[in-house]
Design a protein around this ligand. Structure first.
Ligand SMILES: [Zn+2]
Length: 213
């Protein structure tokens, strides 16, 4: 209990803690509020997999951000691209390029966890933007089904949430391929290197598949 004692409480103060619905902790002593921890505004950051899986920004009330590179990864005239553009036009989805210091930090973390070669420019920008938003005092959360982004987010201490949270039952799948000899591998292939020529593998999105119930 002592660790949670408000700064303005004395050792003889008897106080009660109350957890509010929006995760604040309010302290009461002798019927008087002693200290409030301000609620952090939650902001979600959307990656390419979110849009491809069918995320609809207009149906969500939480503030949403993405990056210009995600738009570039969405095929022109596709439904995901149409949703992206409509949400931007509507003001529901904000587009922002993160500062380079956050991109560097995200890159270093991706290298540490060994996912750097799997992440596109868009992915790195999404991670960096989530980091920048968190650094600005918000609660940032990446919406993604991409395991590499989840890995790096975890390393950076950024929250992430899968698409199923929003009722989306499509899973984003990757196919691994060798950029040198064009040999293809399934997403669960255990190595990062081509077994034929030794080149570092790259990946690209495969068609979305429905989750099995
Ligand atoms: Zn190869």
């Amino acid at each position: 209990m002592k660790n949670h004692m408000p700064n303005n409480a004395t050792s003889s103060t008897v106080f009660k803690r109350h957890f509010t619905n929006d995760r604040r902790i309010v302290y009461y002593a002798e019927g008087k509020v002693m200290e409030k921890e301000p609620a952090k505004q939650k902001i979600i950051v959307l990656d390419t997999s979110a849009f491809i899986a069918g995320f609809e920004p207009l149906s969500i009330q939480i503030p949403q951000f993405s990056v210009p590179e995600v738009k570039e990864e969405l095929a022109v005239d596709s439904l995901p691209r149409t949703r992206f553009d409509a949400a931007v036009e509507n003001g529901k989805l904000k587009i922002k390029t993160p500062q380079s210091e956050f991109v560097e930090k995200a890159r270093r973390s991706a290298k540490i966890v060994g996912d750097l070669s799997f992440l596109s420019d868009a992915d790195m920008q999404v991670l960096a933007l989530a980091l920048e938003i968190k650094d600005s005092g918000y609660r940032s959360q990446i919406v993604t089904d991409d395991y590499s982004i989840q890995n790096v987010a975890n390393q950076l201490g950024i929250e992430f949430t899968p698409l199923i949270t929003f009722g989306i039952k499509y899973r984003f799948r990757w196919i691994l391929y060798c950029p040198a000899c064009h040999n293809k591998y399934s997403a669960d292939y255990q190595s990062k290197y081509c077994r034929i020529c030794g080149e570092v593998l790259k990946r690209k999105p495969r068609r979305k598949t429905q989750l099995q119930n």
